[in-house]
Design a protein around this ligand. Sequence first.
Ligand code: NAD
Length: 396
Amino acid sequence: MTEHAGFKRVDKSALPGPEVGVGVLGYRFMGRAHSNAYHRMPMFFWPPVARPRLVAMCGRTEDAVAEMALRLGYEGYYTELDAMLADPRIQLFDNCASANAHLEPTMAAIAAGKHVLCEKPLATNAADAKQMWQAAEEAGVKHMTGFNYRFVPAVRFVRDLIEQDVIGQIYSFRGCYLQEGGDNPDRPFTWRSDRSQGGYGALGDIGVHIIDLARFLVGEIKTLTAMTQTFVKERPIPDRPGEMGQVTVDDVFVSTVAFESGAIGTIEASKVATGRKNQNTFEINGSKASVVFDLERLNELQVYLREGPPELLQGFANVSVTERDHPFYQFWWPHGHIIGWEHSFVGEVNHLLTAIVRGEPIAPYGASFEDGYRALAVAEAVLESAETGRHIEVAY
Ligand SMILES: NC(=O)c1ccc[n+]([C@@H]2O[C@H](COP(=O)([O-])OP(=O)(O)OC[C@H]3O[C@@H](n4cnc5c(N)ncnc54)[C@H](O)[C@@H]3O)[C@@H](O)[C@H]2O)c1
């Protein structure tokens, strides 16, 4: 076919950066979020350090995985994980399946020599997560846990402010991850409702995110006390009319924590926070400054600086974290042209692919499997404290 007069075809072979072949397991919520990130990555991080090649998606239901592979821009799909892991075009295995399908598929990918990205919670218990971390270390592959909030510019900016001693000695951390709707008894029973499949409830689903941010910003958690509560104890099982599944996970937890640094704080997560859509917030109070972050206002940071304006003009300032020199923002838009939740995943996969092609570490700015494991060690201490009523020293 002749081209239209004046049209010049671009040479796709001239795209810069080495290719990293990606195979993804699971194609629903996170499968879509990660796929979007791979597509966006070379558009914004230019010239890209690496270019993701979306080789295949893997799922158990052929019609569904074929449709999603087409929709999300993959070259093909597999219905058998072993077959996908034997594909030499794939260097990175990305596990976007539910938590109960994290351990075996990820271990198989490590055994096949693939780099691994696995969604949180890394496993359904800390021991499995530790096994995954150690296997990945021994195999010498890059390993990353999907703690994407580390890649929100305002969150990374807080980390920079801490490293630059702008906040001073940290006295306290107050972190909350709140969602509503868990108290609706008509919500179906899913893998998230069951201890053996989901691991933990609000604690494993959203609590580990705020535990990770606490560790990322303030350091290791040493001891804690906690309470949990389950308000809806059974839920209807989909496609089995009249049958109810027993809920074996928490709807809400609250915890008081002590960090190794001497700072203390509170961490909580709830799936029954009426009116709260996806409110992931933290406040840090230090000797020189305080900062407040809210995911629902993720382009902003509330900052109070002790030294600065005259005393009678002091107050929390609302800082737009969209300047070119703010973390990651040189890749996005002119200042004030805000970004969204999905951009955190673009930063996450860029960090991982950069580490793969340059041989750089994932930590400390990305979350390795060690971070995924340590978040679960804290989660297990939360459960132990809730069950025994005791103050617990976190065992890593
Ligand atoms: N980082 C974040 O912000 C974030 C947000 C939501 C979910 N997550 C995490 O991502 C993971 C997936 O969550 P989701 O909301 O996408 O779940 P989902 O229920 O929407 O999708 C789970 C996917 O896993 C697949 N799956 C389940 N068992 C499988 C198996 N044995 N083999 C192959 N595929 C299997 C399902 O078919 C489905 O495609 C979970 O670990 C969840 O905690 C992370």
